[in-house]
Design a protein around this ligand. Structure first.
Ligand code: MD3
Ligand code: FE
Length: 243
């Protein structure tokens, strides 16, 4: 960007060229940190190996009976689960009955540093949802509202093949903006952006040196877990996370 003697368009516009700032505020509470995880991407992908060995990627079924095209698994104290009976955070992997694999220190560290850079210091996620997109895989517009604590942000990390992220508004009918997310890009979603509708357009074919022909997305979350005093968690209502 700052090669001596080479004036780029960004320089000429004083760094104000739309869509070229880093960090970039996408909306109030939503901050795009381009390349924030790029240097550590190989380490993050390597850390996924033992996790996905113990808790395999699987295609979950929605309450509506659709099988999601995104393959998912989790690590941390709780994992997001979709079944015919509803969505929930569960301390066990229903496929194995065992606790989810532990969240690697490198994941926690990255999530905390990114959240701080996005204006949310002190973020300690207890759950990481791991999404795998093969070519043609998509994620329909939805809100994330199963966490129970919406004061904490969600931090998302893109690895491998690029994707077009769909960033909508607070109503499903708000027409989404299209934002290209590449390997190492991190987005922090908090405050008023926390409940926005979002999705991912069908993945284009390609090849990445670390992930091969797929995109991996990590989302770090703070899920409120059921305790003896709070009783069993109630199933979420009205949230449709489509395949
Ligand atoms: C905006 N994942 O796992 S990450 C999801 O690329 C999910 O796999 C997408 O949507 C993916 O739920 C998008 C970006 C993202 C994640 C969570 C958000 C954006 C968000 C929560 C609220 C608002
Ligand atoms: Fe989401």
């Amino acid at each position: 960007m700052s090669r001596p003697g080479t004036a780029t368009m960004g320089d000429l516009l004083g760094g104000l060229e739309p869509g070229r700032q880093n960090p970039e505020t996408l909306a109030e509470g939503a901050t795009l940190l381009r390349g924030f995880a790029a240097a550590g991407a190989a380490e993050l992908v390597a850390a996924l190996e033992p996790i996905t060995e113990a808790a395999r990627f699987r295609h979950m079924v929605t309450p509506g009976g659709y099988t999601m095209s995104v393959a998912m698994t989790n690590c941390g104290d709780a994992g997001w689960v979709s079944e015919r009976s509803g969505y929930r955070y569960d301390v066990h992997d229903p496929e194995t009955g065992r606790a989810w694999p532990e969240m690697p220190a490198a994941f926690l560290d990255l999530a905390a540093r990114a959240a701080a850079a996005g204006g949310f210091p002190g973020f300690v996620p207890n759950s990481c949802l791991i999404n795998r997109y093969a070519p043609k895989t998509r994620l329909s517009l939805h809100q994330d509202r199963d966490e129970g604590d919406f004061s904490a942000p969600i931090v998302s990390v893109s690895l491998g093949l690029p994707a077009v992220f769909l960033f909508g508004g607070l109503k499903r009918s708000d027409r989404p903006r299209r934002i290209r997310l590449e390997n190492g890009d991190v987005v922090v979603w908090g405050g008023p952006a926390r409940m926005t509708y979002h999705g991912v357009a069908p993945l284009a074919d390609g090849c990445d040196p670390f992930t091969g022909n797929c995109r991996i997305n990590l989302t770090f979350r703070k899920a409120r877990l059921a305790t003896a005093s709070s009783g069993p968690s109630t199933p979420s209502r009205g949230f449709v996370k489509q395949s």
